[in-house]
Ligand binder design. Sequence first.
Ligand code: AMP
Length: 239
Amino acid sequence: MSSLISMIENGREAGRKTVPGPILLLGAPGVGKGTQAKELVKLWGIPQISTGDLLRANVARGTELGKVAKEIMGRGDLVPDTLVNEMVAVRLQQPDTVNGFILDGFPRTLNQAGWLDGRLSGQSESLPVVAVSIQVDYNQLLRRITGRRNCPVCQTIYNVYMKPSAVDGICDVEGAALVQRADDTEEAFAERMRVYAAQTAPVVDHYRGLGRFAEVDGDRAIDVVAAGIVAAVERLRAE
Ligand code: AMP
């Protein structure tokens, strides 16, 4: 049995039920925030709110926001705070967020963090935020990001170094030509890491200072990392 499943089963036997509340997944590009958010969605039944996914959907639909965001995202820079905060505000109004949500890729600046803190503190029924920072070393991130390819039809994610398709460049499921995100090139990755160090690392320090903060080693199997996040959230919620 995987460690995540056994952890859930043990929790059920003990009659333990975590109300997850608002959870922030922090960490550099490629640490696995999106992958982990999807694991936690399965476990807790609360939504993943990925600002990267929401922005890419806007780009694909050709909205006004998407038109502004497209070029900024392609070079690995950050979309302006006011636009991203507004997009998150709209998403947080959806009723599926009532028992909590997993924010993946937000906040990425101190301005965004201040906006989020203010918004959540205005909701007296909301639990305080729990922040989990996922750590993976630079060279591993470089391989994860620059090796990433996805199928434009079924969205399966491959990695040319770590999880290659059977035929180079072709999806095993759909037979479609695999694509690389514009911001997954080595050049854009370097810019995203520079932006992370300058703008997002202070956000991690901000939540570390507030308490209800944990660091998890992201360089392990997906379910082991997920189990580490669940354990950290349960511990911090029980404090
Ligand atoms: P991600 O999928 O989280 O790696 O995000 C991809 C890109 O979307 C980033 O490199 C930024 O250009 C943009 N983006 C995502 N989230 C934010 C955010 N919170 N603030 C500003 N830009 C963002």
